[in-house]
Design a protein around this ligand. Structure first.
Ligand code: SAH
Ligand code: TYD
Ligand code: ZN
Length: 405
């Protein structure tokens, strides 16, 4: 048992992935001995149903100068964020002297469009390397962890925010009470707090257990988010399901009574109840599927190895750390993983020590099998790697189950 980071209720564990490294700690080849490990296990609060990790990794270990993830690495995500920025500019920000704050702006992919429109904005981003990229892009950025004290400071300097936005960031923050306190203070009386994160119901449906790793501290659902918002004097007024990153929900919170809640909120909550999303039986079934995927995936890789068939990984995702370390897959099974991110190339994957190489390594020559770790970007990757299958290659996938394509 641990204590819920939202409501202090008892959290009951439902799956243990064992000892895991930091998912984004790609290692220089000469520095593999002093890796940090923690126990990755996930549980559900018996009081408010918030799904969360049993152990917390100190934030400075995850988010720092060398944090490698960049939002601009996917064309689909670039267009996703540009579309949303334009929607804000035409909607919530279409008023005199608007102001938007983004929590976890990373390399400035979303705020870049806002900056180009000349609209007042501020990105808050603790990871110095990616924050510098945002500044380079013309985004006004503060290199800090967003929390209540930072929110108070922003309010004093810039005034209230019409929109506070966070993508794939709120679920990274265990000290969420401080975030929501800050958001409530900083938000203009009729402002909105919009955030999007992986949806627990999609994770359960696809058995996409690799969405569980150090940075994904919370796995949100409509029910748990509504309860969390209410505790902090905010109301869940809209939800929108998104196809990106393997299934997400975009939540909109506002001060109670300032917006009419959309029918989509009640619909989502009803579907979660109908499907028994937080029932013990559902969580047990999830665990059984995860074990089966581990077994099948290791069998297929053992078989390739026995037949002398090379397997290359595609996408050195943070998610892949859970798969590789939980399944015990190392460089004896996967030659290397190709990835477009400069800060990951030439390094080794955390815990499993598989080399990461640039995308050009994929075709020289094509392997018979490619294990798709960046499965959430499958459409984008398939569209540009058609020559791989034309050359006889096969994609090995493990979501929602192990299969060749
Ligand atoms: N929003 C981007 C980046 C997501 S990665 C996208 O969706 O592509 C998560 C980001 O959150 C990282 O850049 C990390 O440095 C940042 N982060 C972590 N804790 C934070 C905090 N307390 N305040 C602001 N940003 C934070
Ligand atoms: P992503 O799945 O977005 O996130 P996470 O690391 O949180 O699991 O990571 C995608 C990774 O795949 C990222 O390192 C960039 C890489 N990538 C490619 O190498 N080629 C591509 O075409 C795309 C879309 C991503
Ligand atoms: Zn709780």
């Amino acid at each position: 048992m641990s204590t819920c980071r939202v409501c202090a209720g008892p959290v009951e564990e439902f799956f243990d992935f064992g000892r895991q490294p930091l998912s984004d700690a790609f290692l220089p080849p000469e520095r593999t001995e002093d890796e940090f490990f923690y126990r990755l296990a996930v549980g559900i609060c018996q009081t408010c149903t918030m799904v969360q990790l049993m152990e917390e990794v100190p934030r400075e270990r995850m988010f720092h100068e060398d944090y490698p993830y960049i939002s601009r690495g996917s064309a689909v995500m670039r267009s996703h964020f540009e579309t949303l920025a334009r929607r804000f500019l035409a909607g919530e920000l279409h008023r005199p002297d608007p102001f938007i704050v983004e929590i976890g702006c990373n390399d400035g992919t979303m705020l870049g469009t806002v900056a180009d429109a000349g609209v007042r904005h501020l990105g808050v981003e603790p990871s110095g390397g990616v924050a510098a990229m945002a500044a380079q892009r013309g985004v006004r950025v503060r290199t800090d962890f967003f929390e209540a004290s930072v929110a108070a400071d922003i309010l004093a300097n810039d005034g209230p925010a019409d929109v506070i936005y966070a993508a794939n960031t709120l679920c990274h923050i265990p000290y969420i009470d401080s975030i929501l306190k800050g958001v409530r203070e900083l938000l203009a009386p009729d402002g909105v707090f919009v955030f999007e994160d992986p949806y627990f119901a999609d994770i359960v449906e696809r058995a996409s257990f690799d969405q569980i790793y150090d940075e994904h501290f919370f796995l949100f659902a409509g029910g748990s988010v509504q309860a969390m918002a209410a505790r902090h004097g905010l109301e869940l007024v809209d939800v929108e399901r998104l196809a990106v990153h393997g299934g997400e929900v975009r939540y909109t919170l506002a001060r109670p009574g300032t917006r009419t809640p959309s029918p989509a909120v009640a619909d989502l909550l009803a579907a979660e109840r109908r499907e028994g999303l937080t029932e013990p039986a559902t969580l047990r079934r999830f665990g059984t599927r995860v074990e089966r995927i581990r077994q099948r995936l290791t069998e297929v890789l053992d078989d390739c190895h026995a037949r002398g068939q090379r397997v290359v990984g595609y996408g050195a995702t943070a998610k892949s750390a859970t798969v590789l370390n939980f399944c015990g897959i190392g460089p004896d099974r996967i030659d290397f993983i190709c990835d477009t991110t400069p800060a990951k190339q030439g390094r080794l994957t955390p815990g499993s020590h598989i080399p990461v190489r640039g995308p050009e390594a994929f075709a020289s020559p094509y392997p018979p099998y490619a294990l798709l770790f960046a499965w959430n970007h499958a459409d984008e990757i398939m569209a540009k790697e058609t020559a791989f299958r034309a050359a006889g290659g096969q994609w090995l996938r493990y979501v929602p189950e192990v299969h060749l394509a």
